[in-house]
Design a protein around this ligand. Structure first.
Ligand code: SAM
Length: 214
């Protein structure tokens, strides 16, 4: 069977988002007058078109999941933005950056604007928060003691924690993990990057706790 060729000129014209809203504007406090006037080309779902950032965050806050994510940031890895973007896509309750405050936002594609991101300068301070929140820390890494993520039962309430390029999870962070899981690999590389690993781990949690979606 031969499939019809796609109309590439039509595809090239596709613009993300919407232009200015025709007047009269809807009477809805969630809508942002600047976006209504200028149009909304943001990287958000169509149902959020023209909504203010605060209104989108408030809506997400109503239905955030009970898992959180943490990533160690001692050397400015480029993948942290991807971890934050995945946390937004899978609706993690919060993202924790452990180590340096500054992180490379490029891969986040501004999704961090809709995400609660908390900074902990050290593992000890992160551990203090863990104790006060009474939440389980689950390491995701390829250490020899790790068990397969594919057969794991992830707790409903947990923080999935990821390590850095090169060293992986620090020994100090591993001390706070109640379990460590690894993702099966089959090629020659030692590891995948933390951004990819975070997407697989978060989706594993989603499949166990919220599938099928509403
Ligand atoms: C590039 S890896 C670290 C490299 C690793 N220490 C090594 O021995 O080559 C960075 C982070 O990505 C995550 N990661 C990468 N591959 C993984 C896998 N197969 N299973 C679980 N986590 C993985 C872990 O959180 C890890 O700390």
């Amino acid at each position: 069977m031969t499939l019809p060729a796609p109309n590439l000129s039509l595809m090239a014209d596709r613009e993300v988002g919407v232009g200015p809203h025709p007047e009269p504007w809807p009477d809805d406090p969630r809508l942002d007058p600047d976006l209504l006037a200028e149009g909304d080309r943001r990287n958000v779902l169509d149902r959020y078109r023209y909504w203010s950032r605060e209104a989108i965050i408030a809506d997400l806050d109503e239905r955030r999941h009970s898992f959180q994510v943490a990533i160690e940031n001692w050397q400015h890895d480029f993948n942290i933005g991807t971890v934050v973007r995945n946390a937004n896509a899978f609706l993690a309750a919060e993202v924790h950056i452990v180590g340096r405050r500054r992180w490379n936002r490029r891969g986040a594609m501004v999704t961090d604007r809709y995400q609660h991101v908390r900074h902990h300068p050290s593992v000890a301070e992160f551990a203090e928060w863990v104790n006060s929140a009474q939440i389980e820390v689950i390491g995701i890494d390829i250490i020899p003691e790790a068990r397969p993520l594919e057969t794991a039962s992830l707790p409903a309430r947990c923080v999935l924690v990821f390590g850095q390029e090169g060293p992986g999870l620090s020994a100090e962070m591993l001390n706070h993990c109640t379990a460590v899981y690894s993702i099966a690999q089959f090629g020659s590389t030692r590891s995948i990057n933390a951004g990819v690993a975070s997407g697989i781990a978060m989706h594993t949690w989603i499949r166990q706790h919220v599938m099928p979606p509403d």
